[in-house]
Design a protein around this ligand. Sequence first.
Ligand code: FPP
Length: 250
Amino acid sequence: MSFWRKKEHHTAGQVDFDRLPRHIAIIMDGNGRWAKQRGLPRSAGHKVGAETFRTIANYCKKIGVEYLTVYAFSTENWKRPADEVNTIMTLLKKYLLEAIDTMERDQKGLEFLGDLSAVTPELQELIAQTHEISKRIHGFQANICLNYGGRNEIVSAAKAFAQDCRDGKCTPEALDEKAFSSYMYTGEMPDPDLIIRPGGEMRLSNFLLWQCAYAEFYSCDTLWPDFKEKDLDQAILAYQNRDRRFGGIK
Ligand code: FPP
């Protein structure tokens, strides 16, 4: 086993709930393989994956993680078969309808990040409704990345900044990292502290490229539909055992 593949999910100890990551990002990978292992269509993996998202979002809120950002659909995922794309969009619609009814009661904010102009007007309308409700919610927020690509996000931010310069709202000299961050879909949110990739791959796959500059990366072999609260605990524990230096020395 190489250094980079060392298995951290056997890390001993207890999660320190006073030292949690504020923001966790997850690449929800392995739905297709989970379904294949069971002789089921890929859509079955996405359905269970959506349930896993509910479980993990509830758990994050319960323990005090403030932001959970998940990768649901990339700008490249349109290349998948139409029925798979439809399944994912239908699961998102179902989740949006549920959220509109329950998010205020449960105090769970929900935002969608990505180029939303490409999704159906119906989904756009539901997303706009959850956005309005989210403005009144503080403490926990789930972000679902939809038609999202990290490079695309950076290019969109650069275009928006250039337009603001053209409109006389800012100048190139005034731009710094904090100001540029405000042009990202994540706006004023804190950057992810921890990025988790279930399913065993060790790639970022164009996810939160700007925001994850200093995030700790954690990968585990568990496929997303099998990912449970205890797996999140293991990821948090690994994160808490890392030595975060942000480029400095200790
Ligand atoms: C990657 O696994 C997963 C996706 C491209 C889709 C993820 C979407 C969901 C979990 C449903 C979203 C709904 C809600 C409510 C959040 P893969 O299919 O590429 O897995 P594989 O690598 O095993 O083929």
